[in-house]
Design a protein around this ligand. Structure first.
Ligand SMILES: [Zn+2]
Length: 47
């Protein structure tokens, strides 16, 4: 998934992407920045 890394301040393709469900029952995706390892998060189901 493509997500914005807050640390790099750039959009990157995340690694170790997992689909998770938020507390409100909506799907989200969680991954890691391949450069700095910061957690990335994106609301919405995988495409
Ligand atoms: Zn980063």
């Amino acid at each position: 998934m493509e997500a914005y890394c807050l640390k790099c301040k750039e959009k990157r393709e995340a690694i170790d992407v997992e689909t998770v469900t938020m507390k409100n029952g909506k799907p989200a995706q969680q991954g890691k920045c391949p450069v700095c390892g910061t957690k990335m998060f994106k609301i919405g189901a995988a495409k």
